[in-house]
Design a protein around this ligand. Structure first.
Ligand SMILES: Cc1cc2nc3c(=O)[nH]c(=O)nc-3n(C[C@H](O)[C@H](O)[C@H](O)COP(=O)(O)O)c2cc1C
Length: 214
């Protein structure tokens, strides 16, 4: 019994050293460094930005996942912990959860990695529309009101919505540049919040499907 426990601790230490576990002991999926140059000129990406609701089921490559998440809300000035999208009073209240066929993850911007949260396929809970079961990636935007202690309570919903909107548009522009399909969409929040075991001060704002256009 003791040997087994020691073995688990050793394995945990090895995985932590290898970057496969977050400090809280959750399994993480490392991402390649984002490609932060290239892509289409911003005016062309704006010209091509649109909602696309028909997807192929093929997963995104690791590099695309890395670039997508960095474009969405990655660290673009790590020396001051600032991000690719603005946030009210720099609260950085939005967490991006990534739902895929094999499980769901939380994006951690500073180490630029995905922390595995569970093995369930949450995609069907993100929308009743057909794309929810087909698009390989659903980004679920969750505002942590615990990060807004100095924001007046009556402003928190507004800030969460605007902060999310900025990230959503980054994703639209990245997808337009990379030839990917995306659509931001409404959802039934309580069942998804329950499946994600969110705290009362974590609020799902919207979700956004991403994948290859059909
Ligand atoms: C807050 C918000 C909620 C949306 N909800 C849905 C939705 O539930 N389902 C959907 O198919 N599109 C949804 N959309 C996408 C809009 O329908 C789409 O942006 C609009 O029709 C304009 O099309 P375009 O994005 O191609 O310019 C939503 C967009 C926003 C900003």
């Amino acid at each position: 019994m003791m040997m087994k426990t020691l073995g688990r601790i050793l394995l945990g230490l090895v995985l932590l050293a290898a970057g496969a576990l977050s400090p809280r002991g959750q399994e993480s999926r490392s991402l390649p460094p984002p490609q932060t140059s290239g892509g289409k000129p911003v005016m062309q990406a704006l010209q091509e930005r649109r909602s696309i609701r028909e997807f192929k089921p093929e997963p995104l490559a690791d590099q695309q996942m890395s670039d997508l998440l960095w474009a969405a809300f990655g660290m673009n000035r790590p020396e001051i912990d600032h991000r690719t999208a603005p946030s009210a009073q720099n609260t950085q209240d939005i967490d991006i959860y990534v739902a895929m066929a094999g499980g769901w993850y939380r994006y951690e911007a500073k180490p630029h990695r995905l922390v595995r949260m569970g093995s369930a396929d949450l995609r069907p809970l993100t929308s009743g529309q057909a794309f929810a079961k087909v698009a390989p990636v659903q980004l679920i935007y969750v505002s942590d009101y615990g990060r807004m202690p100095k924001v007046k309570p009556e402003l928190r919903d507004l800030y969460a919505g605007v902060d999310t909107g900025c990230i959503v548009q980054n994703v639209y522009l990245y997808c337009a540049s990379a030839g990917l399909a995306t659509v931001v969409h409404e959802l039934d929040r309580p069942p998804l919040a329950q499946a994600m075991n969110l705290r009362a001060d974590q609020h799902i704002v919207v979700a956004q499907a991403v994948g290859w256009p059909k």
